[in-house]
Design a protein around this ligand. Structure first.
Ligand code: GLU
Length: 290
């Protein structure tokens, strides 16, 4: 059942790529050549190599959730697949590397990944180390509790509560800075917080609303979202800090797919965010100065 969903999702992404190319310039993915890009650019190098390594989450339903065959499914995965397609790289030539929250900047800086598409909030601290194309989606920090917990309705209720989040994430940083009376427990990935929530070891899990929505959806009524989102988390595509040419090109691709419907198709594909979440507003790309 799980495998079938994934195969269907991959089919949907392949269909997106095909639609895009036929409506675009009449060519198909295989027609993209390194010579279509400026000499010496990252785009030319990736197109020439015919492969790309993309960092994404492996344990976040709707955005990046890996199955037994090692191929992740979700909105981030679909966005990464579209970018690869624009470089002439087929889905099967993408290497998906798991990036947890804390290793995204190091993996980009160390060259272990070419790009990161991983519920990755664009912010000033991170911009010192990496560069961001996007945003391609705007999320917000929220809280998840056991469904029968009515005591917690927002971040002001967190004093004295055991709160679970993830090292290197913006929600964890926000709790440390603005809600210091919460007892924050940090793990490596958000799924590490689920059993502690179930067995009462923690009272709350906090991260972006859309990540929590995936866990609530999978929980059979056990978990619920408490209150409304209380931060802005614009999701960007992380890449090497100095590579403005690559960033501009990814921003161009994003603007194109916002416009031609591929972004929304990626949202609504099998296993992706639109199966649970409402249709988002189209974001505006932020071509910030370094
Ligand atoms: N968007 C937030 C961040 O980038 C939380 C989600 C995550 O950790 O991936 O830190």
């Amino acid at each position: 059942m799980f495998t079938k969903t994934k195969v269907a999702a991959l089919g949907a992404v392949a269909a997106i790529a095909l639609t895009a190319c036929s409506s675009d310039d009449g060519g198909d993915t295989a027609d993209v050549a390194a010579s279509d890009f400026p000499e010496g650019s990252t785009m030319a190098a990736l197109a020439e190599a015919g492969s790309i390594t993309i960092g994404t989450k492996f344990d976040q339903p709707l955005f990046g959730l890996v199955g037994p065959d090692g191929v992740p499914v979700g909105f981030d995965v679909n966005i990464g697949t579209i970018i690869a397609g624009e470089l002439g790289i087929a889905p099967e030539d993408i290497t998906w590397t798991e990036t947890v929250s804390a290793n995204r900047e190091p993996f980009i800086e160390g060259g272990q990944v070419d790009i990161v598409v991983a519920t990755y909030t664009i912010n000033d601290d991170r911009k010192e180390k990496v560069s961001f194309a996007g945003p391609y989606y705007n999320a917000g920090q929220s809280l998840m509790v056991l469904a029968d917990n009515t005591d917690i309705t927002g971040p002001d209720d967190l004093a004295g509560m055991n709160v679970c989040s993830v090292e290197g994430s913006t929600p964890a940083a926000n709790i440390m800075e603005n809600y210091p009376d919460a007892n924050l427990e940090l793990f490596g990935a958000y799924t590490d917080c689920l059993e502690p929530l179930r067995n009462g070891q923690v009272d709350v899990v906090t991260t972006d609303n859309v990540i929590l929505a995936g866990y609530v959806d999978d929980s059979d009524g056990e978990f619920a979202i408490a209150g409304e989102p209380f931060t802005e988390e614009p999701y960007g595509i992380g890449l090497a800090r100095e590579d403005d040419e690559f960033r501009d090109w990814i921003n161009d691709v994003l603007e194109e797919i916002f416009e031609d419907g591929r972004w929304l198709e990626a949202w609504n594909a099998d296993g992706s965010a639109g199966t649970v979440l409402p249709e988002p507003e189209v974001p505006s790309v932020d071509r910030y100065e370094n």
